[in-house]
Design a protein. Structure first.
Length: 208
């Protein structure tokens, strides 16, 4: 008797498809919002949004697009990411960006513009960050096309990678929001930012 064996797809941490990407997307957006809003003494040097964070914002846009393809394919009934009502994450992201940017513009448009303007002293990082972002996503996307994509080994690797990506991003949030503001000397975690960008872009490429 012949038949076709259907391989079941597993999703990281046992959550609905897209949940890990939703968590990472919310963490990226939250870090952007917090760095945009963080108070600063008038005499302090201007705070700039880190360049790597601008590089990760396309992952937020990619999460929007993934709703119609890899998260909720046509004709397939699956739960929405994080068990939230359908479309809720999109609404939260749009409202979050609109509220933060709008309120900060109302308070001090010049300070907002200064924070959203990249630090000229860090522009040398752009080629490395773009290369890391592009290669990470490309390699992840190519890995997704392989015949191993439904194998238990590959699925387990993606599950572990999802945990690693989340922990690295959490560590970067601690660095930016807790450690760097309290340092007396300048600290530039460039290598760590490249690793973070590469891991997250690889994961999104492999799952999108």
């Amino acid at each position: 008797m012949s038949g076709t064996t259907q391989v079941q797809s597993y999703y990281p941490l046992g959550l609905p498809p897209g949940s890990v990407r939703a968590i990472i997307t919310l963490m990226i957006a939250s870090l952007f919002w917090l760095l945009t809003m963080v108070p600063q003494p008038p005499e302090a040097p201007p705070l700039h949004i880190p360049l790597f964070l601008f590089g990760l914002l396309p992952m937020v846009l990619l999460f929007f697009a993934a709703h119609g393809r890899t998260i909720r394919p046509d004709g397939v009934q699956v739960r929405s990411p994080l068990y939230l009502p359908r479309g809720m994450l999109r609404v939260l992201l749009v409202l979050g960006f609109a509220a933060v940017i709008g309120y900060q513009y109302y308070l001090d448009p010049e300070r907002l513009l200064a924070r959203l303007t990249p630090n000229p002293d860090e522009l040398w990082k752009v080629p490395s960050l773009l290369l890391t972002l592009g290669l990470g996503f490309l390699i992840g996307h190519l890995m997704r096309q392989g015949p191993w994509r439904n194998s238990p080994v590959y699925q387990n690797m993606m599950a572990w990678l999802s945990i690693v990506a989340t922990l690295i991003l959490l560590a970067e949030m601690v660095i930016e929001l807790v450690i760097k503001p309290g340092l007396l000397v300048e600290f530039d975690p460039f290598t760590f930012e490249c690793i973070l960008t590469g891991v997250i872009s690889f994961y999104f490429g492999a799952r999108s």
